[in-house]
Design a protein around this ligand. Structure first.
Ligand SMILES: [Fe+2]
Ligand SMILES: [Fe+2]
Length: 141
């Protein structure tokens, strides 16, 4: 079987928001389970788990942006929807795909799309969230 490079988390995508960073990291960790050999059932299970986890992460991220009145929320939500659709499509087609094909797709989705989404779209909301957090701190002191 051909070797596929593993999905790789990197410090470059740290936002400084602990909870968000933990979730991003866990998603990358989940995605690495597609590296190496695997049987079809295990792969489908991992894929379902990954999809589920992405859904939860997006929901929490959107709630955080909404709580901080982030003006780019609508656009960001659209991007999340796009990614969810790609994952659902993969989940649907996975039964007819080889392990290599699935691993390749996951690598593209996580190392490619998701990684870049964090760098561009997630990084864009971080200052708003940090400002909102600082305002709450000021208020409390
Ligand atoms: Fe994110
Ligand atoms: Fe996001």
């Amino acid at each position: 079987m051909e070797e596929y490079p593993c999905v790789e988390w990197s410090e470059k995508i740290l936002t400084g928001l602990t909870e968000i960073d933990d979730q991003h990291r866990q998603l990358f960790e989940l995605a690495t389970t597609f590296c190496g050999d695997g049987d079809q059932i295990r792969i489908l299970k991992s894929l379902a788990m990954l999809t589920d986890y992405v859904r939860v992460h997006f929901r929490e991220e959107e709630a955080l942006m909404a709580a901080c009145n982030y003006p780019g929320l609508r656009e960001h939500r659209k991007l999340h929807g796009e990614f969810r659709r790609m994952l659902y499509e993969l989940l649907e087609n996975a039964r007819q795909m080889s392990f290599d094909e699935i691993a390749d797709q996951v690598r593209y989705l996580i190392n490619g799309w998701f990684y870049n989404h964090i760098l561009v779209a997630d990084f864009a909301y971080v200052p708003t969230v940090k400002q909102a957090a600082a305002a709450i701190d000021d208020h409390a002191s």
